[in-house]
Design a protein around this ligand. Sequence first.
Ligand SMILES: NC(=O)c1ccc[n+]([C@@H]2O[C@H](COP(=O)([O-])OP(=O)(O)OC[C@H]3O[C@@H](n4cnc5c(N)ncnc54)[C@H](OP(=O)(O)O)[C@@H]3O)[C@@H](O)[C@H]2O)c1
Length: 332
Amino acid sequence: MVFTNAAVCGNIGFMKYRRCGRSGILLPEISLGLWHNFGAGDERAQNAAIIGRALELGICHFDLADNYGPPPGSAEERFGSLLQHEFAGHRDEMFISTKAGHLMWPGPYGDWGSRKHLIAGLDQSLRRMKLDYVDVFYHHRPDADTPLEETIEALVQIVRSGKALYIGLSKYPAAAFNRACAMLAEARVPCLLHQYRYNLLDRSCETGMLPATREQGCGSIVFSPLAQGMLTGKYLGTPALPAGSRAERTDSIFLDADKVAADAARVAAYQAIAAEAGIPLTQLALRWLLQRNGVSSVLIGARTVAQLEDCAAASGQEALDGELMERIDSAI
Ligand SMILES: NC(=O)c1ccc[n+]([C@@H]2O[C@H](COP(=O)([O-])OP(=O)(O)OC[C@H]3O[C@@H](n4cnc5c(N)ncnc54)[C@H](OP(=O)(O)O)[C@@H]3O)[C@@H](O)[C@H]2O)c1
C-alpha cells in the first residue's frame, strides 16, 4: 500500500498541521486515538482500513495508552500487529504516543507514577507495539502520593534512554502541571504536550489547563471532542441507543444510557444552533475547538472509516463567525 503524507484529500480539503510549543512537533489538526474501537473484539480489517485512510488524509498522529482495549493492552497489540503486517515501512510517517499511569498489573507497581511503574510500563508497551521507541510518552494521570520529582526524573530518564522522543502529561491540574514543566525545563526535556478533555459539554479546562498550557508554551491535544459521540447528535430523537454505538456496547463502561440522558438537553441546544447555522453538529463541535486559542490538535475516536472522514473534514475550514461563537457561549 502507498500512502501520501499530508495528502490532498479529494473533496475534504487539506489536513492542516500545528506546531506544539517551541519544538519540532507538528500535529495534524485532527489526531486519531485508539482508546476504543481497536480492542481484541474489534474487527481487524476495519482497524486496518481506518489507519490506512487516516494516513491518506494526513492524520499521522496515533494516540495509544497501555490500558486501551478492552482488554487493557489489546489496542497496542492490534496497532503493533497492523504496523508489522499492513503498514511496514510507514513508521517514520507516523507520530505515535503511548501512556502509563492507570492500572495495568497487580501489586504496588502496576499503577500510578513511580519510576518503576513508568519504566516497566513503557517497556511493556514497546513490546506490544513491536517498536524501539515511541514519539511521545505521557504520564497518564497525576499521582498525589509519589513525589513529583520522581515521576519527572523517570520521564527524563526515558527520553535520555531513547525510548521516547518527547514527553507529555495528561490530566494534570494546572498547579502540578506548572511545577512539572519547571522541573522538565530544568532538565532540558521540555513538556511539549498536555492532554485533557475539552468539548462543548465540558469547558472546565478554560479556567485551568488551557491558559496554563498557553503560558507554558506547551501544546494542547484535547480529547473526547465529541463527548464520546454525544456531540454528533446520534442519541437525540430516539429512546433506543443506536446499535453498535459506544453507549449501547456492553464492553465500554465510559458511556451509557444514563449519561446520554443527562446531557440530552444540552446536546439538543447545540444541535439547534448548528442547524440554524447550516453546519452539522459534529463539524460545529470540532471546528469550535480548533478555533479555541491554544488548542494544537483535536483528538478524536473513530469506529468506521466514514466517521474518520467526517471528522477529518473539520480541518482547514473557515473560522466560525463571531456571532455564532457568541451563540454557542450563551447556550451554556
Ligand atoms: N488522556 C486521557 O486520559 C484520555 C481520556 C480519554 C480519551 N483520550 C484520547 O482521546 C481519544 C478520543 O476520545 P473519544 O473516543 O472519547 O473521542 P470522541 O471523538 O469524542 O468520541 C469518539 C466516538 O464518537 C463517535 N463518532 C466519532 N466521529 C463520528 C462521526 N463523524 N459520526 C458519528 N459518530 C462519530 C464514535 O462513537 P460510536 O462508537 O458510538 O459510533 C466514536 O467512537 C481516545 O482514543 C484517546 O486517544 C485520552
